[in-house]
Structures are given as structure tokens and as C-alpha cells.
Design a protein around this ligand. Structure first.
Ligand code: ADP
Ligand code: ASP
Ligand code: MG
Length: 420
């Protein structure tokens, strides 16, 4: 029998009414003869509430010590509730259904509590239950670490649970149900003219996710790409008997017409750091970035520019807002060793990125971006590029406007929608 994995996010299981709507989608697939595993998130807002409680109790996320173990036990509880509630609703509809917590599968992770990676999934028992006609309702976001304790997979991690499970049980597809009916050319909440994309390549989706499009967790796209899991994004808010086509995430070769730019993605979680007057000599940048790496701080856009003082340079980089304080502490501790004069930081920045496979073969994509922003008086603080993306760092207040003007400049606007 063919197996499928369906995943429902927080807004899709936000209350009992929504959980009943999810059950109707699950029934459709079970009635069609599929062996079904359903992965669920916690109710919308619940994980945030649990994280805030942990912070109050002295566990800042993710803590890589004894606090991280307890943090994970708390924040994983949201999924325990929704998986069992959905199993109950399905049972009441006359289906055989059972909830599975991460440790019951078991879904084994590494030891990085709060941002664990999946090491291995033992799919035998759950696969047998599915094929025996029982709907497996899996608590997303969680697994079991080598120390035998619950570990969570980082925010948005239920997407990754679903894709990893789909790969482990050899599912014919993994359907991610959410509160939008697919992947859009930009976040539809920010731009009314955003359009649903029928097909997007794994590569573009991976880039967009890692640049801040939270519709899929980055790691889930990586896994789908590596294990060739057919992946779709669909809406759980559509009637189960009138499900739209959503977005198919597929190989580049399966896309006939490649867009030069397919998505415009803002990220409001960045912060920038400028290190002023670093001696302009070999080894200083190495000292800075080794200290940050040793503290496990992720760095993104880096720019070195000349300082006003001869023989010195300024070095700027971005990091995630949540890591800024630690980055500043690490650098301050190294000030004498590195020999810089002072540090500046800015939380009021945002990264705006354009992603598209067509960039590989088309010239002029960057100049459209820079000219469009210049025409609107938006100053670029920092730039980074890869083969299929260009990112700029700008003032956070200008970011939503920048998304809309870039969306239009790259011909992505949907002009059929009124009132946009
Ligand atoms: P879930 O709780 O179902 O996991 P998320 O909130 O994590 O849902 O992801 C869905 C949200 O992602 C949408 O509501 C939308 O605002 C946001 N989003 C950001 N970028 C995009 C995009 N390019 N296409 C679609 N949705 C996007
Ligand atoms: N509930 C978790 C979170 O809010 C995991 C998820 O929703 O994917 O991050
Ligand atoms: Mg999500």
C-alpha cells in the first residue's frame, strides 16, 4: 500500500474546530486507501508561550547545557497535546488512530538540545502500524537525544519531522498543510500582489527558506532534496473535497520555464555589527571570526571597508538578532587581542533577498535591484550574493516597501487582484 505523510502547522491545529477540519483532510487520504502518517505542530502560539515560560525560569533558548534538557521537555509538550487530540478526533470518527511521541517511534537526534538534528528514524513499527490501517499521528518538532531525553529540532521543526519521516517510511509524497495555499513569490501577508508559485525547485526553496521565508524550515527542504521526497505545500483551510494544487517543490529539471527571480524574501531577524578600526594586517579577520565561531555564533553578510585612519579597516557583519548580545560579549572579550578601537551594533536592519535559478544565466539582475532601491531612496548597507540569490541589508523600516517595489521590478506582481 502506498504511504503518505501529511503535516499540519500551528494555525491548522489552533483549536478543536481546526483539529476537526484537519481530521477531514486525513480521512480523505485514508478513505482513498493510503497508509497515512500525520505530523502535527503545537497549537498556534503555544510554543511561543512555552518558550517564554522557560525564559522566565532561566532557560534562554537554545541552551546547550542542563537547562537545554528541561527547555526541550517543556517546549515539546505542545505537540504531545495536539497529536493526542487529533488521534482522539479520528477515533471518534471511527478510524483506528494512535499518537506517537518522538521517543516512541523512536526518532533519534543528536545531543544539541533546542536545535537538534535528526540522526536516525526507526521506521519499522510506525510503518507496520500504518500499513495495518492505523493512522499514525506523530508529534512533530521532537525526538530523543543520545542521553535518553526529549530533544527539539529548532523553531519550525515539525516540517523537518514530516520530511524525515516521509523519507524513512518511503512515502510517495510529503504534503505540508499550512495557512496559505502554497509558496508565494513573496510573503502574501506583506504584499497583496504576491502570486502562488505552481512549481519551485528544491534549490530555490532551500535558498528562500534559509533567507527567511518561514513557510518551510530550511532543514526540511535540505532533507527532501537529499532523499528525493516529493514535497508539496497546501492549505488546510480549503474544503477537503476542493483541495487546490498548492505548490510542488521539485527538481530543477522538472521546471520548464525558469524565472529569473522567483521569490523576494525579507528577514527581520538580522542585526548588524561593525568593528571599527581593526589593524589592516593578516590574521585580524581570522581572529574575529574564529572567536565568533568558537562561541557557535552564525555570521552572514561580511563587508570590509577602509577606515578613516590609515592602516586600519572597518569590518561589518550580520548575525541573528537573538545572537547579537553574545556576539558583542565575545568581541569585547577579544578587543585587546584583536586590537580594534570600538564596536557598533544595529538591530533596526532587515535583509531583503531575491532568489531565482535564472540568475545563473542572466546578467543585470543585481543592477535592477540596486537601481530600484536607489530610485526609492533606500540605502544599502551591506550586500551578499550567491549563484542564485542577491541579498541586501537595509533599514528595517524600509523593508516592507522594498519587498513590494522589488516584487514589481522583477515582474512578479499579480495585477489581477483588485485593491492591491
Ligand atoms: P505553520 O504553522 O503551518 O508551520 P508557518 O507560519 O511556519 O506555518 O509558515 C506559513 C507562513 O509563512 C505563512 O502564513 C506566510 O505568512 C509565511 N511566508 C513567508 N514567506 C512566504 C512565501 N514566500 N510563501 C508563502 N508563505 C510565506
Ligand atoms: N511548534 C514548533 C514551533 O512553533 C514547531 C513547528 O511549529 O514546526 O516552532
Ligand atoms: Mg512552520
Amino acid at each position: 500500500m502506498s504511504r503518505i505523510v501529511m503535516k499540519f502547522g500551528g494555525t491548522s491545529v489552533a483549536n478543536m474546530q481546526r483539529i476537526r477540519a484537519v481530521a477531514a483532510h486525513v480521512r480523505r487520504e485514508a478513505d482513498a486507501g493510503k497508509s497515512v502518517a500525520v505530523v502535527v505542530s503545537a497549537m498556534a502560539g503555544e510554543t511561543n508561550r512555552l518558550v517564554a515560560l522557560c525564559e522566565e525560569a532561566g532557560a534562554p533558548a537554545p541552551a546547550l547545557d542542563a537547562r537545554g534538557v528541561e527547555y526541550d521537555a517543556v517546549v515539546a509538550s505542545g505537540e504531545q497535546v495536539t497529536s493526542s487530540l487529533l488521534a482522539l478526533v479520528l477515533q471518534n470518527l471511527g478510524y483506528r488512530a494512535r499518537s506517537w511521541q518522538g521517543w516512541q517511534i523512536p526518532l533519534k537526534t543528536d545531543a544539541a538540545h533546542g536545535k537538534a538534528r535528526i540522526a536516525e528514524i526507526d521506521a519499522e513499527a510506525i510503518g507496520a502500524a500504518m500499513d495495518g490501517g492505523e493512522i499514525a499521528v506523530v508529534a512533530g518538532f521532537q525526538g530523543i537525544a543520545p542521553n535518553g531525553r526529549i530533544a527539539t529540532l529548532g523553531r519550525g521543526g515539525s516540517d523537518t519531522s514530516a520530511v524525515a519521516l516521509a523519507a524513512a517510511v518511503g512515502a510517495e509524497r510529503c504534503d505540508i498543510y499550512t495557512d496559505v495555499d502554497g509558496v508565494y513569490t513573496t510573503d502574501p501577508r506583506l504584499a497583496k500582489k504576491a502570486r502562488r508559485i505552481a512549481k519551485i525547485s528544491f534549490e530555490e526553496m532551500l535558498e528562500a527558506a534559509s533567507l527567511g521565508a518561514k513557510v518551510l524550515q530550511t532543514r526540511s527542504v535540505e532533507l527532501a532534496m537529499a532523499h528525493k521526497v516529493p514535497l508539496r505545500v497546501l492549505s488546510s483551510f480549503e474544503p477537503p473535497d476542493a483541495q487546490g494544487p498548492g505548490t510542488v517543490i521539485c527538481d530543477e529539471d522538472d521546471i520548464v520555464e525558469q524565472n529569473i527571480v522567483s521569490t523576494v524574501t525579507p528577514d527581520f531577524n538580522d542585526a548588524s555589527v561593525t568593528i571599527l578600526a581593526v589593524p589592516d594586517e593578516p590574521g585580524r579577520a581570522a581572529g574575529i571570526f574564529t572567536a565568533l565561531a568558537d562561541a557557535d555564533i552564525n555570521i552572514d553578510m561580511i563587508v570590509q571597508s577602509a577606515s578613516r585612519e590609515p592602516g586600519y579597516a572597518n569590518i561589518s557583519f550580520t548575525t541573528k538578532e537573538g545572537e547579537l548580545d553574545r556576539a558583542l560579549e565575545v568581541l569585547s572579550a577579544e578587543q585587546d587581542a584583536i586590537g580594534f578601537k570600538s564596536l557598533q551594533s544595529d538591530r533596526k536592519v532587515a535583509k531583503v533577498s531575491v532568489v531565482g535559478l535564472g540568475m545563473k544565466s542572466h546578467a543585470g539582475v543585481a543592477s535592477i535591484m540596486f537601481k530600484t532601491l536607489a530610485d526609492k531612496g533606500i540605502n544599502i548597507q551591506n550586500i551578499s550574493t550567491s549563484e542564485i540569490k542577491i541579498s541586501v541589508l537595509i533599514d528595517a523600516d524600509a523593508a516592507e516597501y522594498a519587498v513590494r517595489v522589488l516584487h514589481e521590478a522583477y515582474g512578479l506582481d499579480d495585477d489581477r487582484k483588485p485593491g492591491a
